[in-house]
Ligand binder design. Structure first.
Ligand code: GLN
Length: 537
């Protein structure tokens, strides 16, 4: 084991949803911009093996990595900020930890010992943290501990941190993210919840090195002094994390608070050059000064919880910046779309996106939205289920196959234009068994999609069980729905586009997962561009 790798643990106190993911990603960005190769890992204290089986209402979007891990949406933030792919090892859950320990126990690997939370579960947590530092691939590993300090379920994680702080004394630090609430009746910011939260950590044997304080108002000097004194941290280690108008402001806010400098000092690492954030700043500059605006419908069935479509909404921010355009997303519940309401809901919009999803709820509204986009020549992007809806709509309304459907929703349909893959038929387990992760796709020249990517061979991430049924391909193409992206190994259709339409593209994969600040996704860039043209025509 190399001890040259440095570990930063990020814990959270007082409440959930303080934005540990964004703080971790922002710190990583600053360290990366100083020349340190940095990765971020999320430890989730729930018992599910991964969030793949979770309803988006529970936990927001399920993010998918190149190597096919179904992960927490924070990994999306890590990739969007760092522009470096994450992998299976970047997201660990209590379910995974217990699964490995129990598998070992069944193999007799504990040699007759009693298997316990300490040391066996904590050892497995420490092993998973150190997996990321193997082969000296990274200088710094940031590990974000999900949940809030004091929760029963995060206890083994905090204990693992305590042990690592002891074992790797000079190579570990803890950043505790807390809340400094503002009491309007008293007109004051209050530090007591933070003091209590640090006490809770201390009871578990962990002294934080740095406090990141979420606040709606500036932290005055006196308040910083008070926090430092009561929580045993140095003054420069009390970091103000004020509410920002965009998550992409946070790295610069953290830089002005010198979070990166304090971290490097505490880890005993040289500061190297000051962070090169020119590209990032120019992104922000364009984000805040758009030249035009477009309105795009995001049609899905989990729109009440915007986190369900996190990667899509972020990809629109990146693509908007590339087009110097502000993209206003109109979140529309597919259940609300009917023949009578559709014109009213969609007629003012410059583009339509039909989102990914599972199951039958809301499907009819999605199919009607596709029909509206096709007939009215509104730029359209369908992602995964959105692409499948485009195929169903075309089969029904252009080919006249009235009962065309996906066998996911109508198992016995006579026109299964979307059906389950042969190898999927044998699978009965739900978790981790879909077509997951990166697959190659070959694009047809002179298509909208190859024009968008400006190349013919791409790789994109998947998360689905059902596919377009190639028995119908000839009929589709004869009538103008062209398969312009094909999986070169299986012949499966990955992309459809309509011939006589300004911009109508459906993709079986999820382009949104790969859009980053440094590399806005070309398909989203092209789609936003098409909506701009539609608006200005
Ligand atoms: N439910 C569809 C399938 O499994 C689409 C999945 C998705 O949109 N991610 O094929």
């Amino acid at each position: 084991m190399s001890n040259s790798v440095k570990y930063i643990f990020v814990t959270g106190g007082v409440t959930s949803s303080l934005g540990k993911g964004i703080i971790s990603a922002s710190l990583a960005k600053l360290l990366q911009a100083r020349g340190y190769s940095t990765t971020i890992q999320k430890l989730d204290p729930y018992i599910n093996i991964d969030p793949g089986t979770l309803n988006p209402y529970e936990h927001g979007e399920c993010y998918v990595t190149d190597d096919g891990a179904e992960t927490d949406l924070d990994l999306g933030h890590y990739e969007r900020f760092l522009n470096v792919p994450t992998s299976q090892a970047n997201n660990v859950t209590t379910g995974k930890i217990y699964q490995s320990v129990i598998e070992k126990e069944r193999k007799g690997e504990f040699l007759g010992k009693t298997v316990q939370v300490v040391p066996h579960i904590t050892d497995e947590i420490k092993r998973r943290i150190q997996l990321l530092s193997a082969n000296n691939k990274y200088d710094i590993v940031i590990t974000e501990i999900g949940g809030t300090v004091g929760d029963i379920e995060s206890l083994p994680y905090v204990e693992a941190v305590r042990q690592m702080m002891w074992e790797f004394e000079n190579d570990c630090i803890v950043i505790h993210l807390t809340l400094i609430p503002y009491l309007s009746a008293a007109g004051e910011l209050k530090t007591k919840p933070t003091q209590h939260s640090v006490k809770a950590l201390l009871e578990l044997g962990v002294q934080p090195d740095i406090l990141c304080c979420r606040t709606e108002h500036e932290l005055e000097l006196n308040l910083r002094k008070k926090i430092a004194k009561f929580c045993n941290v140095s003054m420069n280690a009390v970091i103000e994390a004020k509410d920002a108008s965009s998550i992409y402001d946070v790295p610069l806010l953290m830089q002005s608070e010198e979070l990166d400098k304090v971290v490097l000092e505490k880890l005993g690492l040289p500061k190297k050059s000051s962070p090169d954030l020119n590209k990032w700043k120019s992104f922000l500059e364009r984000l805040k000064n758009p030249k035009s605006e477009v309105n795009i419908a995001l049609i899905g069935k989990y729109v009440e919880l915007k986190d369900s479509y996190k990667s899509i909404s972020e990809a629109f921010i990146h693509a908007g910046v590339s087009n110097e355009t502000k993209v206003n997303l109109k979140w529309i519940h597919s259940d609300e779309l009917s023949k009578s309401s559709i014109e009213k809901k969609l007629s003012d919009l410059d583009g339509i996106l039909v989102a990914p999803g599972f199951g039958s709820r809301g499907i009819s509204g999605k199919i009607q939205a596709v029909e509206y986009a096709r007939k009215n020549k509104v730029p359209f992007l369908g992602i995964c289920l959105g692409m499948q809806c485009a195929a169903i709509e075309f089969a029904r309304n252009v080919l006249g196959l009235e009962d065309a459907h996906s066998t996911e929703i109508a198992e016995k349909t006579k026109s299964p234009v979307i059906s389950i893959m042969e190898e999927q038929k044998k699978i009965s387990d739900y978790g981790g068994t879909m077509r997951l992760g990166a697959y190659k796709c070959q694009l047809k020249p002179n298509s909208k999609i190859s024009e968008a990517y400006n190349k013919d061979n791409i790789s994109e991430r998947h998360r689905h069980r059902y596919e377009f049924n190639n028995d119908y391909l000839k009929e589709f193409e004869n009538k103008g729905m062209m398969a312009t992206g094909i999986n070169p190994e299986t012949g499966l259709v990955e992309v459809f586009e309509l011939k006589d339409h300004p911009w109508f593209v459906g993709v079986q994969f999820h382009p949104e997962y790969k859009s980053t600040v440094d590399q806005p996704h070309p398909l989203f860039v092209a789609f936003v561009n098409a909506t701009l043209k539609n608006k200005n025509k």
